[in-house]
Design a protein around this ligand. Structure first.
Ligand SMILES: NC(=O)c1ccc[n+]([C@@H]2O[C@H](COP(=O)([O-])OP(=O)(O)OC[C@H]3O[C@@H](n4cnc5c(N)ncnc54)[C@H](OP(=O)(O)O)[C@@H]3O)[C@@H](O)[C@H]2O)c1
Length: 343
């Protein structure tokens, strides 16, 4: 028999609400040889991202839905086993949009790139602070939010992979950094360890508008929204003239069966001459190296801290994925697929 034994998690059916075990099925197959321009890679670490939940639905988005019966899609760090693509050799460590599987056949172009091992960082960092989530924070805040020294930056999902970096960059830039997160422990991590000026526990605060007003006494200049939903209404009530509201994510609605109601005070954008703008990290692939260099410099200088929550075993990926919706993880959520095989 040729090829390697490959465990693959397939999308069995589209979720209705939370993606439970009924949504997945296993297939065990043998790897094929890569075609011209392709690589066969051994997946080492799988990034579990809220966006995957959107790809499980049959809904128009920036990526096609995962077809039912196909391998679940996800970003991985992987080792090249066989290359039929110029510029890649067996043994290279790469990052790419692959699958929830032990091995993937992947094009040596597009999302696939070599991991810059010269930065001498743990491989998982290239899925977190030096990878898509860290760079989402960086480009979203710097390019779209455009915070100025002394302004107030408010971020939701603030203890998560993206949000925790957003607040720290805001603090580095001399802004008043305020986070909204679920639970006292997460909130004290933000203010005591990460340099946020204030944190709001949305699970405890009955009146979020008043809590935002208290934590942002000069009003909100930049809102980095990772959560969506009714929170926006409370934020809109507190924005300043020319505020920039950045829609990065809307995780509070990803499992919703009915679309959530829209904010009733959107007209505040008119009153304050404010801007509400969507953002996608995939528009910044061409500037990846620039953002990563800045993030690495801040990391080296001890100005940015981050956490990674690594669950072991591909077989646990479906259960682990649910942590994103329960908040039951600290920092970037990753699955270690290969265990001791990882360098
Ligand atoms: N636009 C882009 O290109 C881009 C790129 C990457 C990520 N994103 C988006 O950015 C957001 C954060 O992603 P991430 O990877 O950093 O995930 P994450 O923040 O590390 O994890 C998700 C967090 O969302 C919070 N959450 C879950 N359900 C919630 C609810 N109903 N209300 C309020 N908070 C809830 C939980 O934190 P608590 O414990 O605090 O509730 C959970 O820990 C997501 O919406 C994602 O889709 C967008």
């Amino acid at each position: 028999m040729t090829g390697f034994s490959n465990r693959q998690l397939l999308l069995k059916q589209r979720p209705h609400g939370r993606p439970g075990p009924e949504c997945y099925e296993w297939r065990e197959s043998r790897t094929a040889a890569p075609a011209d321009g392709e690589l066969l890679v051994r997946n080492l670490y799988l990034s579990l991202d809220p966006a995957i939940r959107g790809w499980m639905d049959d809904a128009p988005s920036y990526m096609p839905p995962i077809p039912v019966g196909s391998v679940m899609r996800g970003t991985t760090i992987a080792r090249v086993i066989e290359s039929r693509c110029d510029g890649f050799l067996p043994g290279d460590i790469v990052q790419g949009l692959n699958g929830w599987e032990d091995y993937s056949i992947t094009p040596g172009a597009g999302f696939t790139a070599k991991v810059p091992l010269e930065l001498k960082r743990p491989l998982t960092n290239f899925l977190s602070v030096l990878g898509p989530t860290g760079l989402t924070a960086y480009f979203g805040l710097i390019d779209v939010g455009r915070p100025q020294r002394g302004e107030t930056v408010l971020v939701s999902g603030a203890a998560g992979a993206v949000g925790s970096i957003v607040g720290q960059i805001a603090a580095i830039l001399g802004c008043h950094a305020v986070g909204i997160a679920g639970g006292a422990q997460k909130c004290s991590w933000l203010t005591e360890q990460l340099g946020f000026d204030a944190a709001i526990d949305y699970k405890r605060e009955a009146g979020l508008g008043a809590a935002i007003q208290a934590a942002c006494p000069d009003g909100v200049d930049v809102y980095f929204d990772n959560v969506g939903g009714p929170l926006l209404e409370s934020v809109l009530a507190n924005i300043n003239e020319r505020a920039r509201l950045l829609m990065c994510g809307a995780i509070s609605g990803y499992n919703a069966v009915e679309p959530p109601p829209g904010p009733r005070n959107l007209w505040q954008l008119i009153v304050k001459s404010a801007r509400l703008e969507g953002f996608l990290i995939k528009s910044y692939l061409g500037r990846w190296a620039e953002g990563r260099a800045q993030m690495a410099a801040w990391l080296d200088a001890g100005l940015i801290k981050h956490r990674e929550h690594v669950d072991r075993g591909l077989e646990n990926a479906p259960q682990s994925f649910l942590r994103l919706f329960d908040g039951n993880h600290d920092g970037k959520l990753i699955v270690d697929i290969a265990g001791k095989e990882a360098p």
